[in-house]
Design a protein around this ligand. Structure first.
Ligand SMILES: [Mn+2]
Length: 328
């Protein structure tokens, strides 16, 4: 955890790099969530406000429920081979691999800035890091940056509100600090409307998402001790129910919400014998360290990785690792 002095130093290093550059690539992790989308758009809009040239890039498209956000129409999943940038700003992740395998080599600008709040990080490749694992969202760090160098327009405020709301589980998780509430209050003052944001993000889902949820909940399995719950998303479910993989975001919370469950795990089929694993902890177990063991990463209570094998093999390996972490 950086001291406020260290954070100020990190901030001024980032401000100085931005001041001295003209063209920017803004990118967040692949399979972007609300914080990744909101921080990409807020960062891009801030840079445009400062008169910079910006490319809003991600390997993956904006999920259906974030497409209403101001600036979402600028999002691109293609980068021209001839394009180059003074600075690449990487958001909501601090490891190269997280931005996905189709990130083009020429996507890297002459300088790289990382703005992030994840525990796992690679300290070796960026020119400047603005990192605070105690920030509720990457949007919280961007709020500081906007306060330093720009003005909080309604468009930026809406994007930052999306970051704060989604990464705190609608202001319910343990990262919902006094600071998070204070910033949310300022964002509301700047024009972010709570119900407008909620109704687009959580209450405008396609019927197919619920059809998918029915199928996924039917796979619920519990460990004999009752502290572990598993859900599984198979490719065939999308064929039956319709919908897309981004729609499974949030399903895992049903598994964690069961009385007695300490860790919920979701296996999502990503290819033959390949599974994207998500973990949600109630707080006792640091799932980011577990994910790191399997080549992934994340936060104390929310993390992920990729694993290979049949679902039964993967689930067995994870059960053993988790039981060991939980102790008796
Ligand atoms: Mn985040």
């Amino acid at each position: 955890m950086p001291t406020s002095r260290e954070l100020e130093e990190q901030l001024s290093a980032v401000v100085s790099i931005i001041d001295h550059a003209k063209s920017f690539l803004v990118v967040a992790h692949a399979s972007p969530d609300g914080d990744a989308v909101g921080s990409t758009l807020a960062m891009g809009l801030l840079l445009e406000q400062l008169g910079k040239h910006v490319c809003f890039y991600n390997q993956d498209p904006v999920p259906y429920n974030f497409q209403f956000l101001p600036g979402a129409d600028r999002w691109t999943t293609e980068l021209g081979a001839e394009e180059s940038f003074d600075v690449t700003i990487m958001l909501d992740c601090a490891e190269r691999d997280r931005i996905g395998t189709s990130f083009p080599k020429n996507g890297w600008g002459k300088k790289v800035v990382v703005i992030d709040h994840h525990k796992t990080w690679d300290p070796s490749f960026a020119d400047a890091y603005l990192r605070d694992v105690d920030a509720a969202a990457t949007g919280e760090l961007l709020f500081r940056l906007v306060s330093c160098m720009g003005s909080l327009s309604t468009e930026i405020a809406q994007n930052l509100y999306c970051c704060m709301m989604t990464d705190t589980g609608s202001f319910r998780y343990s990262n919902t600090s006094r600071t998070a509430f204070r910033i949310a209050g300022e964002l509301v003052e700047a024009g972010a409307d709570a119900w407008h944001m909620t109704s687009h993000i959580y209450e405008d889902q396609p019927r197919s998402r619920l059809d998918l949820l029915c199928r996924v909940l039917a796979t619920l399995a519990m460990s004999p001790c009752g502290r572990l719950a598993f859900l599984r998303v198979e490719q065939s479910m999308f064929d039956d129910a319709g919908g897309t993989s981004e729609m499974t975001d949030g399903f895992i919370n049903y598994a964690r919400s069961i009385r007695g469950v300490e860790v919920a795990t979701q296996l999502r089929e990503a290819g033959p014998d390949t599974w994207r694993i998500s973990f949600r902890s109630r707080g006792k177990v640091d799932v980011s360290s577990l994910a790191a063991k399997f080549g992934g990463g994340g936060h104390h209570n929310a993390a992920g990785c990729e694993m290979h094998g049949t679902w039964a093999e993967v689930q067995q390996r994870l059960s053993e690792a988790l039981v060991e972490l939980l102790g008796d």
